[in-house]
Design a protein around this ligand. Structure first.
Ligand SMILES: Cc1ncc(COP(=O)(O)OP(=O)(O)O)c(N)n1
Ligand SMILES: Cc1ncsc1CCOP(=O)(O)O
Ligand SMILES: [Mg+2]
Length: 520
């Protein structure tokens, strides 16, 4: 069977060769490929960034010198398919890495070409200083990597491709100066806008995860500007004669709220990256590619920040989340749900594993009536289709169930999506995927759902999430009136329980007891 390499993987291999040459290395080795993967716009680069590994860190660690000249797009043409056997022949020093990449591809249940992400997998799983270093950095582990790989494959994101074919290099001195001048102004706008957003994330939202993502964008800007040339930018700057500095609209000085200010700056940075990308194409394709990556990252960041604010408002009064299962309730789920609602539960999930669809539909419609009457939120577990059928407010999905983007297609833009998470990487990913809230656990041992011993995320996971995520989240798993205070002390502002309320002889009374333990 033939195994082909994607255009991205081919580009990375060729770039690795160029890096080995410019570094005056006796031969191509793994660290050159690592730098090439981070350098090239590729799925591997996205994965590295997702795990907080940047090109600058690689350059600091390994004796690498990047080529001064950008890659020549003609000689690096990647239109010809490249077979693995050819790659093994041309790059014998990378044989083990290519073989590992092939092994990872063979695990996929759909026919897949060997992409840059598989080369990165090869780097991570072959022995050497490159893999030792990779594992010691950021959050990259083989498990986390595989998880992300699956997510990337599921999302099958189109590779971001800058339109190199239309590259027109400015020829006159005046065109060159004006191009650098435009880039300089846009870079300053971007830097300033990023700073405003960062300060908002730091002092108002207090979200360390989103702040880190924004910081990554700032580093990327510095990296991209290296391809442009700082000296040319400064030399071309002419603020005194910039007609834009004297034109201002009153709207520039009006900010009705903190959120308005935030949104204006989110738009500002996106516009600036677009200008950088377009004018950057005239100077450096590498820089243009990085600007494009940044623009996409900023769209995702905007969505994550705004969704965080929106969902904080939606779940403001929800401290206690009840997962109701008929089999756990002594007197039937009806009395349990109604009593818990009367005592102040703000959100109810229908979690039934045994009911037929017809039963679920009928039961769901009843719970919908009770929750609506109480002004509470109703979530359907596992089943986006039934969430729509009973007009629930949302659906909750686990790590092995439909991903957020598929669920969104089924339930529409208004309903909420909750995602279960069992470690910090999953929690960060759920925020970026567009979850409206996350379940965080299991916190304590539980008999309601089986977990292997090692799967107990415990209070440490609660602490990690509390330290960096402000999208609403619920600590879950084995929480009762005796241990709830430990979850709260670890940083949980919201908790989800099932058996503690369902199996209680007086569900209303235990609900009040749990609620009374939240501060304020
Ligand atoms: C709020 C909340 N958090 C976590 C879960 C668990 O979901 P999942 O992992 O899909 O397991 P099941 O509940 O479906 O068995 C949840 N349901 N709710
Ligand atoms: C569904 C689920 N997901 C993580 S822990 C858990 C069980 C929650 O039930 P209980 O509150 O009875 O432990
Ligand atoms: Mg589930």
């Amino acid at each position: 069977m033939q195994h082909l390499l994607t255009a991205g993987a081919q580009r990375a291999l060729k770039q690795a060769e160029r890096i080995a040459q410019s570094s005056a290395a006796p031969e191509l080795d793994a660290c050159h490929l690592l730098a090439a993967l981070a350098f090239e716009e590729s799925r591997a680069a996205e994965l590295l960034l997702a795990h907080q590994i940047e090109l600058a860190m690689i350059l600091e660690q390994f004796p690498i010198q990047l080529p001064e000249e950008p890659a020549n797009s003609d000689s690096d043409s990647t239109n010809e398919p490249l077979e693995l056997s050819q790659a093994l022949y041309h790059f014998p020093a990378l044989r083990e890495i290519l073989n590992q990449a092939l092994e990872q591809v063979s695990r996929s249940d759909v026919p897949t070409e060997i992409g840059s992400e598989h080369l990165l997998w090869g780097l991570l799983t072959t022995a050497g200083s490159h893999s030792e270093w990779l594992r010691s950095q950021g959050t990259l582990t083989t498990a986390a990597f595989e998880q992300n790989l699956i997510l990337q494959q599921r999302q099958s994101a189109e590779p971001i491709n800058v339109d190199f074919a239309f590259r027109v290099v400015p020829t006159t001195a005046s065109d060159q100066t004006n191009t650098f001048r435009t880039i300089d102004a846009a870079a300053n706008r971007l830097r300033e806008g990023l700073r405003v957003i960062e300060d908002y994330l730091r002092f108002t939202l207090d979200d360390a995860h989103l702040m880190q993502l924004l910081k990554n964008t700032r580093h990327q800007l510095a990296e991209a500007l290296r391809f442009i040339g700082q000296d040319s930018l400064i030399a071309s700057r002419d603020t005194l004669h910039d007609v834009g500095t004297s034109i201002s609209t009153t709207s520039e000085f009006e900010r009705q709220s903190m959120e308005h200010l935030l949104q204006a700056n989110l738009k500002r940075v996106q516009e600036a990256t677009r200008t950088l990308e377009e004018f950057g194409k005239l100077i450096s394709v590498e820089a243009a590619a990085l600007f494009k990556q940044m623009r996409y990252a900023l769209y995702t960041l905007e969505k994550s920040i705004l969704s965080c604010l929106h969902n904080q408002r939606r779940l403001e009064d929800c401290r206690l989340y009840l997962l109701v299962s008929e089999s756990l309730c002594h007197h039937g789920s009806g009395p349990a749900v109604r009593e818990a609602l009367a005592a102040g539960v703000g959100i109810v999930q229908i979690r039934e594993k045994e009911m037929t669809d017809r039963q679920l539909l009928e039961h769901g419609r009843h719970v919908r009536e009770w929750t609506r009457a109480a002004g509470a939120i109703l979530i359907m577990n596992d089943r986006p289709d039934l969430a729509v059928a009973i007009d629930a407010d949302g659906v909750h999905v686990g790590q092995d169930e439909l991903p957020v983007r598929e669920v969104r297609q089924i339930i529409g833009p208004q309903r909420m999506i909750g995602v279960s998470t069992h470690n910090i990487e999953q929690a960060r990913q759920a925020v970026l995927d567009g979850a409206d809230y996350i379940g965080v656990g299991p916190t304590f041992p539980t008999t309601t759902k089986s977990f292997a011993e090692h799967e107990y995320a415990g209070l440490n996971f609660i602490k990690q999430v509390a330290a960096e995520i402000t999208l609403p989240w619920f600590a879950i798993g084995g929480i009762n009136a005796d241990n709830l205070c430990q979850a709260v002390q670890a940083g949980a502002q919201r908790v989800a329980v099932s058996s503690t309320i369902c199996s209680a002889p007086e569900p209303g009374q235990i609900t009040s007891e749990l609620l009374s333990q939240f501060p304020g």
